[in-house]
Design a protein around this ligand. Structure first.
Ligand SMILES: Cc1cc2nc3c(=O)[nH]c(=O)nc-3n(C[C@H](O)[C@H](O)[C@H](O)COP(=O)(O)O)c2cc1C
Length: 239
Protein backbone atom coordinates (compact mmCIF):
# COMPACT_ATOMS: atom_id res chain seq x y z
CA UNK A 1 0.00 0.00 0.00
CA UNK A 2 1.36 3.42 -0.93
CA UNK A 3 1.40 6.45 1.39
CA UNK A 4 -0.66 8.23 -1.26
CA UNK A 5 -3.45 5.64 -0.95
CA UNK A 6 -3.58 6.04 2.83
CA UNK A 7 -3.32 9.83 2.68
CA UNK A 8 -6.16 9.97 0.14
CA UNK A 9 -8.40 7.74 2.24
CA UNK A 10 -7.57 9.66 5.43
CA UNK A 11 -8.34 13.02 3.80
CA UNK A 12 -11.73 11.75 2.56
CA UNK A 13 -12.53 10.11 5.89
CA UNK A 14 -11.50 13.21 7.90
CA UNK A 15 -13.46 15.52 5.62
CA UNK A 16 -16.64 13.53 6.16
CA UNK A 17 -18.65 15.13 8.92
CA UNK A 18 -22.34 15.24 9.68
CA UNK A 19 -23.17 18.60 8.16
CA UNK A 20 -26.42 20.31 9.12
CA UNK A 21 -26.18 23.61 7.25
CA UNK A 22 -26.18 23.24 3.48
CA UNK A 23 -26.25 25.96 0.80
CA UNK A 24 -29.30 24.34 -0.80
CA UNK A 25 -27.89 24.90 -4.31
CA UNK A 26 -28.74 22.21 -6.88
CA UNK A 27 -26.21 19.40 -7.24
CA UNK A 28 -25.05 18.18 -10.61
CA UNK A 29 -26.58 14.92 -11.80
CA UNK A 30 -23.07 13.86 -12.82
CA UNK A 31 -21.84 14.13 -9.21
CA UNK A 32 -24.90 12.35 -7.83
CA UNK A 33 -24.71 9.54 -10.35
CA UNK A 34 -20.99 9.08 -9.64
CA UNK A 35 -21.71 8.91 -5.90
CA UNK A 36 -24.58 6.43 -6.33
CA UNK A 37 -22.55 4.20 -8.64
CA UNK A 38 -19.65 4.19 -6.15
CA UNK A 39 -22.14 3.34 -3.39
CA UNK A 40 -23.22 0.25 -5.29
CA UNK A 41 -19.76 -1.24 -4.77
CA UNK A 42 -20.53 -1.66 -1.06
CA UNK A 43 -20.29 -5.25 0.18
CA UNK A 44 -23.29 -7.35 1.20
CA UNK A 45 -23.80 -10.81 2.64
CA UNK A 46 -23.56 -13.42 -0.17
CA UNK A 47 -23.63 -10.41 -2.51
CA UNK A 48 -27.43 -10.35 -2.09
CA UNK A 49 -27.57 -6.53 -2.13
CA UNK A 50 -30.86 -6.18 -0.22
CA UNK A 51 -30.93 -2.40 -0.56
CA UNK A 52 -32.20 0.30 -2.86
CA UNK A 53 -30.91 3.84 -3.07
CA UNK A 54 -33.80 6.30 -3.51
CA UNK A 55 -32.46 9.57 -4.89
CA UNK A 56 -34.83 12.47 -4.17
CA UNK A 57 -33.98 15.73 -5.96
CA UNK A 58 -37.30 17.29 -6.98
CA UNK A 59 -37.72 20.44 -4.78
CA UNK A 60 -41.35 19.57 -3.97
CA UNK A 61 -40.43 16.07 -2.85
CA UNK A 62 -37.39 17.43 -0.96
CA UNK A 63 -39.60 19.72 1.10
CA UNK A 64 -41.94 16.80 1.88
CA UNK A 65 -38.87 14.81 2.90
CA UNK A 66 -37.72 17.66 5.16
CA UNK A 67 -41.09 17.58 6.91
CA UNK A 68 -40.91 13.78 7.21
CA UNK A 69 -37.46 14.27 8.78
CA UNK A 70 -39.11 16.36 11.50
CA UNK A 71 -37.91 19.68 10.03
CA UNK A 72 -34.31 18.97 11.02
CA UNK A 73 -31.81 21.70 9.99
CA UNK A 74 -29.91 19.34 7.72
CA UNK A 75 -33.10 18.18 6.02
CA UNK A 76 -34.49 21.68 5.52
CA UNK A 77 -31.29 22.99 3.90
CA UNK A 78 -30.35 19.85 1.91
CA UNK A 79 -30.14 19.93 -1.88
CA UNK A 80 -31.10 16.27 -2.22
CA UNK A 81 -31.75 13.11 -0.23
CA UNK A 82 -30.75 9.53 -0.64
CA UNK A 83 -33.00 7.20 1.30
CA UNK A 84 -31.52 3.79 1.98
CA UNK A 85 -34.32 1.25 1.67
CA UNK A 86 -33.77 -2.35 2.75
CA UNK A 87 -35.93 -5.25 1.50
CA UNK A 88 -35.22 -8.91 1.93
CA UNK A 89 -38.10 -10.14 -0.24
CA UNK A 90 -36.24 -9.52 -3.49
CA UNK A 91 -33.13 -11.50 -2.60
CA UNK A 92 -34.25 -14.82 -4.11
CA UNK A 93 -34.73 -13.08 -7.46
CA UNK A 94 -31.38 -11.28 -7.06
CA UNK A 95 -29.70 -14.64 -6.52
CA UNK A 96 -31.38 -16.11 -9.59
CA UNK A 97 -30.21 -13.12 -11.66
CA UNK A 98 -26.72 -13.60 -10.27
CA UNK A 99 -26.74 -17.31 -11.18
CA UNK A 100 -27.85 -16.47 -14.74
CA UNK A 101 -24.97 -14.00 -14.93
CA UNK A 102 -22.52 -16.58 -13.57
CA UNK A 103 -23.72 -19.19 -16.09
CA UNK A 104 -23.25 -16.83 -19.03
CA UNK A 105 -19.96 -15.35 -17.97
CA UNK A 106 -16.52 -16.70 -18.83
CA UNK A 107 -15.12 -15.04 -15.72
CA UNK A 108 -16.23 -17.80 -13.31
CA UNK A 109 -14.55 -21.20 -13.33
CA UNK A 110 -16.49 -24.46 -12.89
CA UNK A 111 -15.66 -24.62 -9.18
CA UNK A 112 -17.12 -21.15 -8.58
CA UNK A 113 -20.22 -21.98 -10.61
CA UNK A 114 -20.81 -25.17 -8.61
CA UNK A 115 -20.35 -23.27 -5.35
CA UNK A 116 -22.83 -20.54 -6.28
CA UNK A 117 -25.42 -23.02 -7.53
CA UNK A 118 -24.96 -25.05 -4.34
CA UNK A 119 -25.99 -22.05 -2.24
CA UNK A 120 -29.26 -21.40 -4.04
CA UNK A 121 -31.28 -23.83 -1.86
CA UNK A 122 -30.10 -22.05 1.27
CA UNK A 123 -31.05 -18.67 -0.22
CA UNK A 124 -34.49 -20.01 -1.28
CA UNK A 125 -35.22 -20.86 2.37
CA UNK A 126 -35.48 -17.12 3.04
CA UNK A 127 -38.67 -16.90 1.03
CA UNK A 128 -40.18 -20.11 2.40
CA UNK A 129 -42.97 -18.95 4.81
CA UNK A 130 -42.93 -22.14 6.93
CA UNK A 131 -39.14 -22.04 7.39
CA UNK A 132 -39.44 -18.36 8.24
CA UNK A 133 -42.10 -18.96 10.87
CA UNK A 134 -40.20 -21.81 12.54
CA UNK A 135 -36.84 -20.01 12.46
CA UNK A 136 -38.46 -16.82 13.78
CA UNK A 137 -39.99 -18.70 16.72
CA UNK A 138 -36.64 -20.35 17.45
CA UNK A 139 -34.88 -16.98 17.48
CA UNK A 140 -37.57 -15.46 19.71
CA UNK A 141 -37.26 -18.27 22.29
CA UNK A 142 -33.46 -18.22 22.30
CA UNK A 143 -33.39 -14.45 22.74
CA UNK A 144 -34.67 -14.95 26.32
CA UNK A 145 -31.37 -16.65 27.13
CA UNK A 146 -28.84 -14.60 25.17
CA UNK A 147 -28.80 -11.41 23.14
CA UNK A 148 -26.21 -12.92 20.79
CA UNK A 149 -28.92 -14.56 18.68
CA UNK A 150 -31.11 -11.50 18.29
CA UNK A 151 -29.38 -10.45 15.08
CA UNK A 152 -29.67 -13.88 13.42
CA UNK A 153 -31.47 -13.60 10.04
CA UNK A 154 -34.31 -15.91 11.18
CA UNK A 155 -37.98 -15.06 10.81
CA UNK A 156 -39.50 -11.94 9.29
CA UNK A 157 -38.18 -9.54 11.89
CA UNK A 158 -34.70 -11.14 11.79
CA UNK A 159 -34.70 -10.71 8.01
CA UNK A 160 -35.65 -7.03 8.30
CA UNK A 161 -32.71 -6.57 10.68
CA UNK A 162 -30.46 -8.51 8.34
CA UNK A 163 -31.44 -6.39 5.32
CA UNK A 164 -31.05 -3.15 7.31
CA UNK A 165 -27.65 -4.22 8.63
CA UNK A 166 -26.44 -5.03 5.13
CA UNK A 167 -27.63 -1.75 3.71
CA UNK A 168 -25.67 0.26 6.27
CA UNK A 169 -22.51 -0.61 4.33
CA UNK A 170 -24.03 1.21 1.36
CA UNK A 171 -24.88 4.17 3.60
CA UNK A 172 -21.28 4.51 4.79
CA UNK A 173 -19.94 4.07 1.25
CA UNK A 174 -22.26 6.87 0.16
CA UNK A 175 -21.06 9.21 2.92
CA UNK A 176 -17.44 8.63 1.92
CA UNK A 177 -18.22 8.90 -1.80
CA UNK A 178 -19.95 12.26 -1.22
CA UNK A 179 -16.93 13.44 0.78
CA UNK A 180 -14.56 12.31 -1.99
CA UNK A 181 -16.65 14.25 -4.49
CA UNK A 182 -16.40 17.45 -2.40
CA UNK A 183 -19.99 17.22 -1.15
CA UNK A 184 -21.37 16.84 2.34
CA UNK A 185 -24.03 14.73 3.97
CA UNK A 186 -25.87 14.04 7.18
CA UNK A 187 -27.15 10.54 7.99
CA UNK A 188 -30.44 10.75 9.87
CA UNK A 189 -32.56 8.35 11.83
CA UNK A 190 -34.68 11.19 13.15
CA UNK A 191 -37.50 10.75 10.66
CA UNK A 192 -41.06 9.51 10.55
CA UNK A 193 -40.81 6.17 8.66
CA UNK A 194 -44.50 6.14 7.70
CA UNK A 195 -44.22 9.60 6.14
CA UNK A 196 -40.95 8.83 4.33
CA UNK A 197 -42.49 5.59 3.02
CA UNK A 198 -45.46 7.61 1.75
CA UNK A 199 -43.26 10.19 -0.02
CA UNK A 200 -41.36 7.39 -1.77
CA UNK A 201 -44.36 5.13 -2.34
CA UNK A 202 -42.72 2.18 -0.58
CA UNK A 203 -44.34 -1.22 -0.15
CA UNK A 204 -45.21 -2.78 3.23
CA UNK A 205 -42.22 -5.14 3.33
CA UNK A 206 -39.60 -2.42 3.00
CA UNK A 207 -37.70 -0.82 5.87
CA UNK A 208 -35.76 2.44 6.00
CA UNK A 209 -32.53 2.13 7.99
CA UNK A 210 -31.38 5.69 7.35
CA UNK A 211 -32.12 8.85 5.38
CA UNK A 212 -29.14 10.84 4.09
CA UNK A 213 -29.35 14.58 3.44
CA UNK A 214 -26.84 15.76 0.84
CA UNK A 215 -25.56 19.18 -0.19
CA UNK A 216 -22.66 21.59 -0.05
CA UNK A 217 -21.73 22.81 3.41
CA UNK A 218 -22.32 26.52 4.03
CA UNK A 219 -19.21 28.53 4.90
CA UNK A 220 -20.69 29.29 8.32
CA UNK A 221 -21.98 25.71 8.85
CA UNK A 222 -21.90 24.78 12.53
CA UNK A 223 -19.93 21.56 12.84
CA UNK A 224 -19.57 20.06 16.28
CA UNK A 225 -16.08 19.38 17.67
CA UNK A 226 -15.24 15.74 17.04
CA UNK A 227 -15.23 13.28 19.94
CA UNK A 228 -14.84 9.51 20.00
CA UNK A 229 -14.90 7.21 23.04
CA UNK A 230 -11.51 5.88 24.00
CA UNK A 231 -12.44 2.27 24.78
CA UNK A 232 -14.00 1.15 21.49
CA UNK A 233 -10.99 -0.82 20.31
CA UNK A 234 -10.70 -4.07 22.27
CA UNK A 235 -7.42 -5.90 21.92
CA UNK A 236 -7.48 -9.66 22.29
CA UNK A 237 -4.08 -11.02 23.06
CA UNK A 238 -3.27 -14.56 21.99
CA UNK A 239 -0.36 -16.11 23.85
C1 LIG B 1 -27.57 5.95 12.19
C2 LIG B 1 -27.30 7.41 12.42
C3 LIG B 1 -28.36 8.26 12.69
C4 LIG B 1 -28.14 9.63 12.84
N1 LIG B 1 -29.23 10.46 12.98
C5 LIG B 1 -29.04 11.79 12.99
C6 LIG B 1 -30.16 12.66 12.96
O1 LIG B 1 -31.32 12.24 12.93
N2 LIG B 1 -29.91 14.00 12.97
C7 LIG B 1 -28.64 14.51 12.98
O2 LIG B 1 -28.50 15.75 12.97
N3 LIG B 1 -27.56 13.70 12.97
C8 LIG B 1 -27.72 12.36 12.97
N4 LIG B 1 -26.64 11.51 12.92
C9 LIG B 1 -25.29 12.08 12.89
C10 LIG B 1 -24.55 11.83 14.22
O3 LIG B 1 -25.01 12.71 15.21
C11 LIG B 1 -23.03 12.01 13.94
O4 LIG B 1 -22.62 11.01 13.04
C12 LIG B 1 -22.19 11.92 15.21
O5 LIG B 1 -22.49 12.95 16.09
C13 LIG B 1 -20.68 11.98 14.88
O6 LIG B 1 -20.37 13.15 14.13
P1 LIG B 1 -19.71 13.08 12.68
O7 LIG B 1 -20.61 12.29 11.79
O8 LIG B 1 -19.60 14.53 12.23
O9 LIG B 1 -18.36 12.45 12.81
C14 LIG B 1 -26.82 10.16 12.78
C15 LIG B 1 -25.75 9.28 12.53
C16 LIG B 1 -26.00 7.94 12.33
C17 LIG B 1 -24.83 7.03 11.99
Amino acid sequence: MSDLQWDTFSAINEHRRSVRDFTGEPLSDKDMRAILEATQLAPSSSNLQPDELHWVKDPGLCSRMAEACKGQRSAKSASAFVVIVAKWRGVKQTYQDFLAHVDHSALYDEKSKAYHHGRSKEISLISNPVARLLAGGFRFLLSFFTAHVTLAPFGTSGLHHWAARNSIFAAQALLLAASARGLDACPMEGFNPMRVAKVLGLGRGEVIPVVIAIGKRREDAKIEARWRRGDAIVFHQFL
